[in-house]
Design a protein around this ligand. Structure first.
Ligand code: NDP
Length: 306
């Protein structure tokens, strides 16, 4: 029987682990298939306090994990495949292993959204990517496109200018929603081109098994064109990893967990932290802050029981 199991090993989960470990609760962190979370898919993080020159996302995660280990947190590889929150202790299956825990902190984060095209699915990993940091290098000396108009798309596009000959940002509206500083950087970079009011209707060429271009539909006129490229990076946001808890925990209409009074969910003893419950701020520092809150709430919950 565990005191605290933490699902997810991103910024929120690891901060919860540090706090729960320092409270002598010996938390167990189930790392998940996207271990380390979104920070492991990014490069320089310039807005995490304490790093005036910025810090590489994967490095920050590595340091947080070391810090959690230092205080006695335990780690388990794998994904939770089933969760029963209807009774206590809560029961979780991680592959063949069954865990029982008095409290649960859900920090399973959010995953990259896709456009939903058949060709996009077929070419994922063959020219279609959701991670410039992971795959940008493969597009040295080639033109690529980035879909989206937020900070994710802006960040992906800027990173890709290191390798690609040209980076076209394809956005369905006439203006970006990315932060001002990122917009300025994009506009200043000669490799970045903008394709406004355009929707990707197909990724070419699924039959060849490689990306040769994208078919675009101009939103106002409906006119279709083909833009040649060797890579397509999808940067249109994220959806929360909450499928396991459907019907068990309260969620909003798009699946983010609802919390109240700090990190509490509607099930006593179950807490949520990070992007899985935050569709507004979604920053490393806010995720870390909510991980801290969840660990403190779990500790208080356990204390109140004794
Ligand atoms: P956002 O929701 O901010 O932006 C998503 C973008 O993708 C929007 O421009 C949206 O268009 C577009 N989009 C969504 N769905 C589709 C679709 N089906 N087809 C085409 N386009 C689509 O998500 P982000 O991931 O960019 O950012 C989320 C949060 O994380 C923000 O708060 C952001 O500031 C933060 N962030 C911060 C970073 C940093 O500080 N370094 C880095 C990355 C993210 P439309 O504009 O029309 O809605």
């Amino acid at each position: 029987m565990r005191n605290v199991v933490i699902i997810g090993s991103g910024c929120a989960g690891l901060t919860a682990a540090i706090y729960a470990a320092r409270a002598n609760l010996i938390p167990l962190v189930v790392r998940g298939s996207e271990a380390g979370g979104q920070l492991t898919l990014t490069t320089l993080v310039e807005n995490y306090p304490g790093f005036p020159k910025g810090v590489q996302g994967p490095k920050l995660i590595e340091l947080m994990q070391l810090q959690a280990l230092e205080f006695g947190a335990k780690f388990l590889e794998g994904d939770v495949t089933r969760a029963d929150l209807s009774r206590r202790p809560f029961v979780l299956d991680v592959g063949p292993e069954r865990l029982e825990t008095r409290t649960l902190i859900i920090a399973s984060g959010a995953s990259a959204k896709m456009l939903g095209l058949e060709s996009e699915r077929k070419l994922l990993g063959h020219g279609v990517s959701t991670c410039a940091t992971c795959d940008g290098y493969f597009f040295r000396g080639k033109p690529v496109v980035v879909v989206g108009g937020g900070d994710t798309a802006a960040e992906e596009a800027l990173f890709l200018t290191r390798y690609a000959t040209e980076v076209s940002v394809i956005h369905r509206r006439g203006q970006l929603r990315a932060s001002k500083i990122m917009q300025d950087r994009l506009h200043r970079n000669e490799k970045v081109k903008f394709v406004w009011n355009s929707v990707v209707t197909d990724v070419l060429d699924a039959d060849k098994g490689e990306v040769t271009g994208v078919r675009l539909k101009d939103a106002p006129s409906g006119e279709e064109t083909v833009r040649a490229c060797a890579g397509v990076f999808i940067g249109i946001g994220h959806s929360p990893n909450t499928a396991l808890f459907r019907g068990q925990l309260e969620m909003n209409e798009v699946g983010y967990l609802k919390t109240h009074d700090g990190s509490k969910t509607n099930v006593p003893g179950v807490f949520a932290a990070g992007d899985v419950q935050d569709h507004i701020y979604r920053q490393a520092v806010t995720a870390a802050g909510s991980g801290c809150m969840a660990a403190m709430d779990a500790e208080r919950f356990l204390e109140a029981e004794h």
